[in-house]
Design a protein around this ligand. Sequence first.
Ligand code: UD1
Length: 442
Amino acid sequence: MCEDFEEWLATDSFRSTKHSSMEKLIVHGGAPLKGRINISGSKNSSLPILAATLLTNDTCTIRRVPDLSDTNYMVRILGELGAEVERASGVVVVKAEKIKSVAPYDLVRKMRASICVLGPLTGRLKECTVSLPGGCVIGDRPVDLHLKGLEALGAQILVEGGDIFVNAKKGFKGGPMNLMGKHGSTVLGTDNVMMAAVLAKGITTIEGAAAEPEVEDLANFLIKMGAKIEGAGTNRITIEGVKELHGAEHVVIPDRIEAGTFLVAGAMLGDGVTLKRVMPEHMKTVTDALIKCGFPVDITKDSITVKPNPNAKGFDLTTLCYPGFPTDMQAQMCALACVINDTSTITETIFPQRFMHCAEMKRMGANIDLQGATARIRGGSVMKGAPVMASDLRASAALVLAGLVAEGKTEINRLYHIDRGYEHLDDKLAALGAQLERVQDK
Ligand code: UD1
């Protein structure tokens, strides 16, 4: 482990990560939720956009970067790669004048999304070594499609000893490619290839590209930097390579998954939760699902209000790539299904093993039958608070939601999963009336 990295482990930005690994959240169920909250900037946009600042030696300013351990970690990675980085109140300023081409395991292992430095490092330096970030509880998470895309641009790639070695010393050359995988398109894979292709010679066409709003947000930032990209936000992206990129400023889009999580909370209990600073057009499948169940949902240009409905009907949903129902909202919908007095089914097609939350919810009294990648939830039985173990980011959020409606006290351990991706979740829920506290785990 390098010395700088050791130093960082002692800093405030790391402390929040480390700290929360020793904390748990106690949720006292039943307190009604009511009020308004502001949604933070998107985690999944911020991470690749921060990585994209490596593509220029000019200064880039990124606003509304949420204060999370994942974004702190990405800031740290940029610094370790040689960039000067300043961060204050959601604004991150990066100047990546001289950068290194090696991102070792110690640097990338804590966050799978650190793979998104692969595209910009290769794009700018024409060679790099990035360690494979490793496994993840929600599934295997291979990077074959990322590598397929870079190879289609002319890179030579060797994966050995846990490292990815990329060589494109003769320069990248644009061309056609298809990045569709067996579970659909790849978000970070599309991001990586797009970031490598912006500085390639000629035209790159990515078929089977991920159409997620976060990919479009990254493309919009790259376009501000001087890139020529068309079609981002669809399954076909065309990139005309340019010689160099320049500095730019960008405001990150609102986090549609954080927003969706609070919407589900508002549907589960209370007297109306209003989300401000949202982009309702990014959340249509989630709001449509709630409306179909019978929850009153009121949508304006930049706000969404939801209320519970004791007579809500069950739902059948299948996770799909955007604009389909997001896998990152699947666990939260499972918590919602537990309080609907009806049967619901959820089928997971993106990460078929992503059901770790079900076993924990069953410990709270949920009636869930898991058959392969489909969960059948018979809702309406009384949930009772219990000590539960958070397994991953969205599963943890779903356990918090279950705790909000359960009778008594729910203890959610391994809080660091939540702090990876929800900015001040406990403070925001408390502002809506939830009764919860963060305590040291003994
Ligand atoms: C991103 C999101 C994550 C979300 C996921 C799916 C970020 C930081 N994270 O993750 O929150 O759950 O999209 O919407 O944006 N796959 C392959 N080969 C590859 C890459 C992916 O087979 O090379 C498979 C995956 O195993 C999975 C599916 O494709 O089954 C989608 O994964 P992908 O979109 O790549 O997820 P991430 O970009 O890592």
